[in-house]
Write a protein that binds this ligand. Structure first.
Ligand code: ZN
Ligand code: ZN
Length: 417
């Protein structure tokens, strides 16, 4: 036998506490008396306890946490009836939608094993995702429409750590992932709240420049990529902190390095190759190559996970069109760490990316006042899904194309021009 230290000891408790504080004060800006709904993997319990403490210290009304567990998820694939894969717990999502409608904030702790479902039947995975997306829609709309303040942070799950650092013993892998999460989340500095204020100001400056330019399209060029992404009419760039419809200015993603906006659902032309693997609900999709015509993906290939990718694209009509385009410099701290996290929250912040599916209504001028019909008329896409995948690298150049057709360099070799 050999002595292995407890995995809890490999996560710095002070930094974990700072992460919880940043989640509540920066990520959510939780308001006095506001209720909070938390979802988390059960192994993230130490972080959820600290979040709950900081939430009540900030004056939270009622904090309610829901937990998931990887073994429990797998048990369905091993022993569940075939019919179970077309079902989801609608009552739970209806309850969450009701909580958000009544003003509750939403905090998700991410960190599940990105490969959890990679050995399972792709058809069942696809059906379960589809049923879940449909059931989740009423709650997800409150989030994607930015009705409420919401935030995602991550916890270094042992199973996730082993995917990111497969050659290290588990405690070392957890320690390395914890360190990377704390650095990317800017809680490894003496004053994380001040560090976030400075970071938000920098992202706001980039968004303001792009909003001033009012490009009609962005043109991406790189290995395997020649893609023109038309931007939606009246699109607006956002980055860092932004204000939800309930008036609360929050940081939905921690970490975040992106500035992003809404593409035009009908004006995307050309081909694009992914530059990092996409981890989608337990499966890995690698070397994605797609071809767009009139905004629609007409051909999709992948060296790994192609079947899952094509099932995702068949979710609904909007799943084949873009709902987001985002710019991230190649020198971003997450990219500079050189770590592939197999987690979109991190990997999307290492690279320029596009997202299939649902657009964010806040990425329109006066987005909060636009109806669904108006958003659609301006080119906003709608879908049950929103899946980000990475298309940027130090080999990709981006030009902005103005309404009169002239070109402005936006990025060269992955850096702001
Ligand atoms: Zn994004
Ligand atoms: Zn996205």
């Amino acid at each position: 036998m050999t002595f292995m230290p407890q995995s809890q000891n490999t996560i710095d408790p002070d930094k974990l506490d700072k992460l919880a504080e940043v989640a509540v004060k920066v990520g959510l800006q939780l308001q006095e008396g506001q209720d909070l709904v938390v979802t988390a993997p059960v192994v993230a319990l130490p972080l959820v306890r600290l979040i709950t403490k900081h939430a009540y210290q900030a004056g939270a009304g009622l904090v309610t946490a829901f937990y998931s567990d990887e073994e429990t998820t797998l048990a369905r694939y091993q022993h569940g009836s075939d019919e179970s894969f077309d079902r989801a717990s609608e009552w739970l999502y209806e309850g969450m939608a009701k909580a958000y409608a009544n003003g509750a904030a939403r905090l998700a702790v991410a960190g599940d094993n990105p490969l959890l479902l990679s050995g399972q039947d792709a058809g069942k995975v696809g059906r379960a995702n589809r049923a879940n997306s449909a059931a989740y829609k009423p709650a997800l709309e409150k989030i994607s429409n930015f009705d409420i303040n919401w935030n995602i942070v991550s916890y270094p799950n042992p199973s996730w750590a082993k995917v990111v650092f497969p050659d290290d013993p588990e405690p070392i892998a957890i320690a390395k992932l914890a360190k990377a999460i704390f650095a990317a989340s800017r809680v490894d500095v003496s004053d994380p709240i001040a560090a976030w204020a400075e970071h938000n100001a920098n992202l706001a400056k980039r968004s303001a420049w792009l909003n001033g330019e009012r490009f009609a399209a962005l043109h991406f060029r790189g290995p395997g990529t020649d893609l023109t992404v038309g931007l939606a009419d009246g699109h607006e760039w956002h980055g860092g902190a932004s204000t939800a419809k309930n008036g609360v200015t929050c940081n939905p993603n921690i970490p975040t390095e992106e500035v992003f906006t809404t593409p035009h659902a009908l004006r995307v032309e050309g081909h694009v190759s992914s530059t990092k693997p996409l981890s989608h609900q337990g499966t890995l999709i690698d070397d994605i190559q797609v071809h767009f015509e009139g905004g629609r993906i007409v051909e999709a290939k992948a060296s790994r996970g192609e079947e899952v990718l094509n099932k995702v694209l068949d979710t609904d009509e909007g799943a084949r069109r873009l709902g987001e385009v985002a710019l991230v410099p190649h020198s971003s701290p997450i990219s500079a760490s050189g770590i592939l996290f197999y987690n979109t929250l991190f990997d999307e912040n290492a690279s320029c990316h596009i997202a299939l599916g649902q657009c964010y209504s806040k990425c329109f001028l006066n987005g909060a006042t636009l109806s669904q019909e108006e958003i659609k008329a301006q080119g906003g896409n709608s879908s049950l899904i929103h899946i980000d995948w990475m298309i940027g690298s130090n080999k990709v150049d981006i030009d902005g194309i103005t309404p009169d057709g002239s070109r402005v360099p936006v990025m060269r070799q992955g850096e702001w021009a």
